[in-house]
Design a protein around this ligand. Structure first.
Ligand code: NDP
Length: 313
């Protein structure tokens, strides 16, 4: 048996096309959604993420602007920039790309983003809205995971869901979303006893750990849905071989780049799971699609009533 591979790239394209239609409607009503991205310094990975976010805005017709303060920016300077973006009516979403340099008080900066414009969904106000099931902005990766499940016809209500990882960015919010969707949810972490046995209870297993190939077949109930959130860069040839020996496409990729991107789930899980998200091409593409969707949602929640566009649709 081999699991159905859930195509995140295709689902993300579908969501983006729906969001693009909404952007057209909103723009015609004089309410073009706008996203401001703040990118401090020159972190190469952050630069790629931000470039992709800005490119997606352009594709969908969302107004975007990029602010690039230098590496030695102070907390006060960033707070002033965020305050200005909070004030501007045409800016619906503010995204402060992490990580911030060590001299900056990152928590203070994130807390300063108006909850109405917090398209990352990290502000404590939005965390509270999520846990009390009020309309608000939900973190992009967890929201994307739920979209994959829903659009692939995988029932959440009544399912046993096990989430491995309890970060504020992925583990906790995805657990809350699944609970809100009436799953029976267990959240695991590095202190969980007999992790494999707990994971084997899952109809839906979410791996958000950051450890290459840690979830092996003995963690997975036959037929379960496995969502692999991990993004790990493997550079050690011995480690690569252990996971991908005989996989020609991966071998070509590794020979060309000296590295390969893999998730937290071991490739052999494909033979046990019922459905699985690949890495790359699974959860990753959904994160940007949901950022676009959150920007439109933020525009509607904050400004929609002014032009009679239904908020929160
Ligand atoms: P964190 O490092 O913040 O959290 C990792 C979690 O995994 C922690 O709760 C930790 O437990 C748990 N953990 C670590 N080791 C073990 C272990 N041996 N057994 C059980 N649990 C363990 O990571 P993030 O949540 O930010 O990210 C997780 C992964 O998802 C990363 O690979 C990241 O790159 C990826 N990611 C992918 C995104 C995408 O768009 N596809 C977006 C965001 C993240 P404890 O709390 O006890 O330390």
């Amino acid at each position: 048996m081999s699991a159905i591979v859930l195509d995140g790239t295709q689902i993300a394209a579908q969501i983006k096309s729906e969001v693009g239609e909404e952007v057209k409607e909103l723009t015609a009503a004089g309410l073009r959604p706008g996203l401001a991205v703040v990118l401090v310094g020159h972190n190469p990975a952050s630069e790629i993420y931000v470039r992709n976010k800005v490119k997606s805005c352009e594709q969908l017709g969302i107004y975007s602007e990029k602010h690039t303060p230098p590496d030695n920016v102070t907390t006060e300077e960033l707070l002033a920039l965020v305050a200005d973006l909070n004030r501007r009516d045409e800016i619906d979403g503010i995204l402060v790309q992490l990580p911030l340099p060590p001299q900056v008080d990152a928590k203070k900066v994130l807390l300063a983003v108006s909850p109405e414009k917090d398209v990352d969904g990290f502000h404590p106000m939005n965390v509270g809205y999520l846990s009390t099931q009020r309309p608000g902005l939900v973190p992009c990766t967890p929201a994307g995971i739920v979209e994959i499940l829903k659009r692939s016809g995988i029932a959440i209500a009544g399912a046993e869901a096990v989430v491995v990882g309890r970060s504020d960015i992925v583990g906790k919010p995805v657990a809350m979303l699944l609970l809100n969707g009436n799953a029976t949810v267990t959240v695991c972490h590095s202190k969980t006893r007999d992790l494999a046995a707990v994971c084997r209870r899952a109809d839906i297993l979410i791996a958000a750990i950051g450890k290459a190939g840690m979830i092996t077949p003995d963690f997975v109930k036959p037929g379960a849905t496995v969502i692999d959130v991990g993004m790990n860069t493997v550079t050690d040839p011995a480690e690569f071989k252990q996971f991908f020996a005989g996989n020609e496409k991966r071998e070509r990729d590794f020979a060309a780049k000296g590295s390969t991107l893999m998730g937290d789930v071991h490739p052999k899980v494909l033979q046990v799971a019922g459905a699985i998200t690949p890495v790359p091409g699974g959860v990753g593409p959904l994160t940007i699609a949901m950022l676009m969707s959150n920007t439109v949602k933020a525009a509607k929640l904050r400004r929609g009533n002014a032009v009679g566009v239904l908020a929160g649709r």
